[in-house]
Design a protein around this ligand. Structure first.
Ligand code: NAP
Length: 374
């Protein structure tokens, strides 16, 4: 039986991955070892039947090297610290990673099985050992617009995102909930006194959000009752790194590299106060005129998880929301219509669970592809 080491099993992505592996009975196919950067030596949580009892040290290259496959959901700083040292000491197993650090490396392949399963299989057959999950919004965009990419219909696309707090990690999601609690308690106290008008409540809550007392160690600014129109570091061209990833990663996933045309993709990435699920609004420029019925069919039939939502208020406000999609593998796409700016311009809106199709599920499918090959 192959030995699979999991690093970052208790973070946001790691927890969801553990849940998916359990649900699909994948744990039966290998022996699991859990690594931690903070709890090594302690008893490992009981996550599956066939597992090592104690948590291993995630920085111990020797224990890591004993694994046939490493799956890391620990983050970029961790990958930067261990990956090259592991390779240097001759680790020849598979490295499957959720972090962005290695994505654009030549030896790494970005995994999104429903879109590029054939390319991933070819890479395995050729001996590649490094596979990385894509950026969450990028993977969700590709799942949503799979049908149009597959038909080669997209000239360019913009994606304006509305990204959940949990996209930044477990501590950030906890911080959003604590901010919500602070706001809720202040509002509750003020509203209990009938002499306070709504503007008194508004002013007091805003003052609280701007005060030192407001909890913001992770995000640095208020997110509850607000939004943050910047994610990740600044690139030289004025994009944020999150925005830069869209074109770079999507084209790599689609195999548009070397002399092949790169599909231009750009937009503004925004953090909002949703707990889970990233949403995005698309403006899609098609390279030819296609009737709207065909566009809807192409989008809705592209893979087993995408589905179209009729462009009506009722279903859009109930089914095309983070609350509805959270915890599911479903990728609803709605608001599909031709735009006033021209016949080849299509509007769309999609929601996807960034912890599932945006992170854990491509890693789970990759792990299975690798196991089938071994
Ligand atoms: N979050 C997403 O939606 C998402 C989507 C796509 C890709 N990614 C990428 O996946 C990687 C992991 O992201 P993540 O969001 O899963 O990170 P995370 O929730 O911050 O977890 C990472 C590590 O933080 C430690 N940790 C410290 N305090 C914790 C707490 N209160 N609860 C849980 N873990 C805690 C754990 O390590 P120890 O057990 O070793 O202490 C955990 O493995 C990153 O590179 C990220 O960019 C994330």
């Amino acid at each position: 039986m192959k030995n699979v080491g999991f690093i970052g099993y208790r973070g946001m992505v790691g927890s969801v991955l553990m849940e998916r592996l359990r649900l699909e009975n994948d744990f039966l196919d290998f022996k699991s070892h859990f690594f931690s950067t903070s709890k090594q030596g302690q008893e490992a949580p009981e996550l599956c039947q066939n597992q090592e009892k104690l948590l291993l040290n995630a920085f111990d290259l020797s224990s890591l090297s004993d694994m046939d496959i490493l799956v890391s959901c620990q983050g970029g700083a961790y990958t930067n610290k261990v990956y090259s040292d592991l390779k240097a000491r001759g680790f020849n197993g598979y490295f499957i990673d959720a972090a962005s650090s290695l994505r654009m490396n030549e030896e790494a392949h970005i995994c999104l099985d429903p879109l590029n399963g054939d390319l991933l299989q070819q890479a395995i057959d050729k001996g590649s050992k490094t596979f990385v999950g894509g950026n969450c919004t990028v993977s969700l965009m590709l799942m949503a617009l799979h049908g149009l990419f597959k038909e080669g219909l997209i000239d360019w696309v913009t994606s304006m995102t509305y990204q959940a707090a949990s996209g930044a990690g477990a501590r950030n999601m906890q911080e959003l909930l604590m901010q919500m609690r602070q706001v809720g308690e202040r509002a509750h106290t003020l509203m209990a006194d009938n002499s306070n008008g709504i503007l008194d409540v508004d002013k007091s809550v805003t003052d609280l959000m701007l005060s030192e007392e407001f909890i913001k160690d992770q995000f640095k600014v208020p997110l509850a009752c607000s939004l943050i129109p910047w994610i990740d570091e600044k690139m030289k061209n004025g994009q944020s790194r999150e925005e830069w990833k869209a074109m770079a990663e999507a084209n790599k996933i689609l195999g548009n590299i070397g002399p092949k045309r790169q599909i231009p993709i750009d937009g503004t990435c925004v953090r909002i106060g949703a707990l889970r699920c990233h949403s995005q609004a698309f403006t899609i420029k098609l390279n030819k005129s296609v009737d709207i019925k065909t566009i809807i069919e192409l989008i809705g039939n592209a893979n087993a998880w995408v589905r179209t939502i009729p462009n009506v208020k009722g279903l859009t406000t109930t089914d095309l929301t983070p609350t509805k999609v959270s915890g599911t593998l479903s990728i609803p796409v709605g608001r599909i219509r031709k735009m006033n700016i021209g016949n080849n311009f299509v509007n769309g809106f999609s929601v996807g669970d960034q912890l599932l199709w945006g992170a854990a599920e491509p890693l789970r499918m990759m792990l299975n592809l690798v196991l089938r090959h071994m």
